[in-house]
Ligand binder design. Structure first.
Ligand SMILES: [Zn+2]
Length: 569
């Protein structure tokens, strides 16, 4: 690990004289925490470690297109013509010839859940038929020690060939001696078997909790549970397969998966101390393939806050983000809280999981402590509540450039957009949902979808909308996201809210610069600019010139993090 003095010299050599300037919370890496970037190998910019020559889109308005750039000590050290940059090369300088491909800054996913644990040890229920899910659960149950639960994930109720959702009886038909909980990929609903309800102490007569629902038919539990009712089931889960070692391996493996799609930075929006520890250990093993901006859930927030830590603490690899709160239900599971009902369910307006008073006091606590806040709010009712809480906190204690966030911010209207703009609030709407979840939008109806995932509206209001997959709920591939935002067309070819289409350059800017802005890291990420981190991606073809309906199929050739390859096709 370099001394602080050497480190600062390295920053200056890398042209980062403005690194400590406003905008970067935690002052870059000068916290003295370890970094996977090897500054001790830094040479002056005249002898770069790496030179990239090709069709380069920098996303930097000052020099949007360059022929080449140089990398020294994990940072971009120069951009310019191929001739100028080649002239900097020394004997040991590696040269990447990307003239037949296209280079962009690394993509950023500002809202996802990439701990990788379920992907490594859970039952993947993203399967075509109920019979397939039954077979997978039966197999896992046979391998599960008595007394432990079987956990399914990636279940998607509207994509089954059976044309109906999974039920308690479906699972009872294959597993009776173990508790089973299959969670929807949206994360707000699940299906449990009878053993699970018994273990959680829930039966057909158990009242619904506030902000939750045990679904019933003819006086019996269907197996479906939502929001705080799901929490009740989750609270009873016992698993032997989620050890610290599994967590460490899981996040490492999953970071490698995300690197394959061109991602270099992600925001993990809802983490506990075990998630944080797993990240640190994966990093110690040099196995972490993305940079992390981590949103603590309330319990971890309280511990960090008590220790004097606030949003922005950390370094360029792992940084603490806003505290994560939740106001309402889910878009993909059709439980978000709206001012008008769901199509075909005239009495169903969705679910709120918190009161205005509770939200006000939670936001005030974090805001006064110098934290940023990111609150999950999908429906217009929930978004209004969150804005009210943010506006109230700012009135009680004004803070400059705080950039509180609204996670998802799905259904908006002109009044909400004006308040978001006025408050400097950053929305993080789903960017792959139009394409991937098209079959669900009939339950909202075309009129409402014109105001959902409203990327065009946010840009028109001058709001720096953040890129967000919410994986698992949505696929995380940034190229699918660009296609989805540009075409507003689902996988079956139906257009949803065509008024919200944006252009390819706008979509690329959201996936890079706006992602950096959302973590207050725009001075070190988001563009290929001298002084910034050398995070970039090489694509086989240029999205600007590709047929928009197949942008998602452009191969990602290589991904680089701090000048090191994290993925090579
Ligand atoms: Zn989420």
């Amino acid at each position: 690990m370099p001394e602080r003095r050497e480190f600062l010299a390295a920053l200056m050599a890398a042209g980062l004289g403005r690194s400590g300037s406003k905008g970067v919370e935690g002052r870059g890496v000068s916290t003295g925490l370890r970094s996977s970037t090897r500054f001790d190998s830094l040479r002056p910019p005249s002898t770069p470690d790496l030179i990239v020559v090709g069709n380069i889109h920098t996303m930097d308005a000052a020099t949007p297109r360059v022929e080449a750039f140089a990398v020294s000590g994990g940072r971009i050290s120069a951009v310019g013509t191929a001739a100028d940059i080649r002239r900097l090369a020394g004997r040991d300088t590696k040269v990447i010839d990307a003239r037949s491909s296209t280079v962009f800054p690394g993509f950023i996913d500002a809202h996802c859940h990439p701990d990788g644990v379920e992907e490594l040890v859970g039952v993947n229920c993203n399967l075509p038929r109920i019979a397939d899910i039954q077979a997978a659960l039966r197999k896992k149950a046979a391998e599960t020690p008595p007394g432990m639960w079987v956990s399914g994930h990636m279940y998607d109720d509207t994509k089954l060939a059976d044309g109906r959702p999974l039920t308690r009886r479906d699972i009872d038909a294959v597993v009776t001696d173990r508790s089973v909980l299959v969670v929807h990929r949206g994360g707000h609903t699940g299906i449990a078997n009878s053993a699970a309800f018994a273990e959680a102490g829930v039966d057909a007569n158990t009242p619904d909790p506030d902000g939750g629902r045990f679904y019933r038919e003819n006086g019996e539990l269907t197996g479906k549970v939502a929001e705080h009712a799901l929490d009740r089931l989750r609270g009873a889960v016992k698993r032997a397969d989620v050890t610290p070692d599994v967590r460490r391996r899981a996040v490492a493996a999953f970071s490698g998966q995300m690197a394959k799609s061109g991602l270099t930075s992600v925001h993990s929006t809802g983490a506990d101390e075990f998630d944080l520890r797993a990240l640190e250990e994966a990093r110690d093993d040099d196995q972490l393939r993305f940079r992390m901006y981590l949103f603590p859930l309330q319990p971890l927030f309280r511990k960090l806050n008590a220790a004097g830590i606030k949003t922005g603490f950390g370094d360029e690899v792992i940084r603490i983000g806003p505290v994560k709160y939740i106001a309402d239900g889910s878009a993909s599971e059709r439980t978000m809280r709206m001012s008008t009902p769901y199509v075909g369910r005239p009495n169903d307006y969705g679910i709120l999981v918190i009161s205005q008073e509770e939200l006000n006091s939670q936001v005030e606590e974090a805001h006064r402590s110098g934290w940023r806040v990111g609150t999950h709010a999908n429906g217009d009712v929930a978004i209004d509540m969150v804005l009210t809480a943010y506006e109230r906190a700012q009135q009680l204690m004004p803070r400059a450039d705080v950039r509180h966030r609204i996670e998802h911010c799905t259904l908006v209207n002109p009044g909400l957009l004006e308040r978001i703009k006025a408050g400097g609030v950053i929305p993080a709407p789903f960017y792959t949902y139009v394409y991937y979840h098209g079959e669900k939008w009939v339950e909202y109806g075309e009129e409402k979808v014109r105001w959902m995932f409203a990327h065009r509206s946010f840009l028109d209001y001058g709001i720096p909308v953040a890129p967000a997959s919410d994986y698992m709920p949505g696929p995380y591939e940034p190229l699918m996201a660009i296609q989805s935002m540009v075409t507003r067309t689902d996988y079956r070819g139906r257009v949803w809210g065509g008024n919200q289409k944006i252009t390819v350059p706008e979509a690329l800017r959201i996936c890079t610069m706006n992602g950096a802005y959302a973590s207050k890291e725009e001075t070190i990420k988001g563009s290929i600019t001298p002084g910034k981190l050398a995070d970039f991606v090489v694509l086989a073809r240029d999205p600007h010139t590709e047929d928009p309906s197949v942008i998602k199929d452009i191969p990602v050739l290589r991904t680089f993090l701090g000048g090191r390859a994290t993925f090579e096709a």
